[in-house]
Design a protein around this ligand. Sequence first.
Ligand code: FE2
Length: 385
Amino acid sequence: MRYYIFILVILALTFNACNKKNQDATSGDTPVSDEFTPKGGDANLEDINDLDLPVSYDDMSYFSEASELAIEGDVDVLAFGSCNKHDLPQPLWGPILATKPDAWIWLGDAVYGDSPERDVLKAKFDAQNENIGYQKLKKMSHVLGTWDDHDYGKNDGTKLFEGKEVAKDVFLEFLEVPDNHPTRKRDGIYQAYTMGDGEKKVKIILLDTRTFRDKVSRDDQKVYIPDPEADILGEAQWKWLAGELKNNDAAITIIANGTQVISRFHRFEKWGNYPKSRKRLFKMIKTFCPSGAILISGDRHHAEFSRVNIPETKHPLYEFTSSGMTHTRKFPRPEVNKFRVGKKVDKLNFGVIRINWNANPVKVTMEIKGEGNKVLESCEFDVVK
Ligand SMILES: [Fe+2]
């Protein structure tokens, strides 16, 4: 009997330790359940209907001028990733190099800086720059990026983070963004680029979802409570985004940020905690119908595809979430995502977007790739105009 009690105690202790590790591996910090069911009806109807906004799109004062920068070269393959600890093994650079991306996009947590101190942050970015695989990638591809919380300097950090100016300097230096870049002259780090010309133009919009992010409260179980009034982009960035989407003749438009947009049935950080902002983004996409629009995001320590149908766009709007270049959950749990297409991937991963310009209509293939350059999950859509 004593033996069995001993075994039970050991099992209970092990379970606790595992749970603690799971908490550490995510951007939240309390277990209970990963799922969170917001009040409301059917996901798709509620998310896509009623996209009214208090702004008229005929009001030209609403738009900032587009400030996109052209990058040389065509683009057939884009790759991106997030959640990368500079001091853990980084086994994905080999597969990323083998994929030969025309551009690499950091989508948050390029390092776990987690400090308002310039020296601490810089040392971690410098360590990342020492990585041989990453050095090779920088020689082969254009490197772009935006940040999430840890490379911003604070776990779940918001506009209230006191280190954001320091973090901006250090992050833009890491990305080798030149001193005369438009993003240096305004608050935040949002940027837009185009690659390719004419029928093969791709626009990459990098949103900053940290610098202007309102703080949203959590309940006593540490579950975020969606705030109907909270904003995630800030008014200047909204106007800039409207300008970038309105003045856009690209065949493919990538809208990138660190935080998941479509999935909203989990308890962690998400655009779903900012329902007004989420609707506003959908409304902009519905209004301007950017050709070949794809959302890409990170943060979650797993990868997945989500999809909504906005009737005005000619193809479904996909969100491609890729996260966990150096770490994912050791003990992955199921998570409801009513918008998910295919399976949730819990292995180390990076994202690949392939554009087949020769197909008619142009075809986009999205691949979640892992160690050994294996395709772990994929989906595709036709860019119907
Ligand atoms: Fe992360």
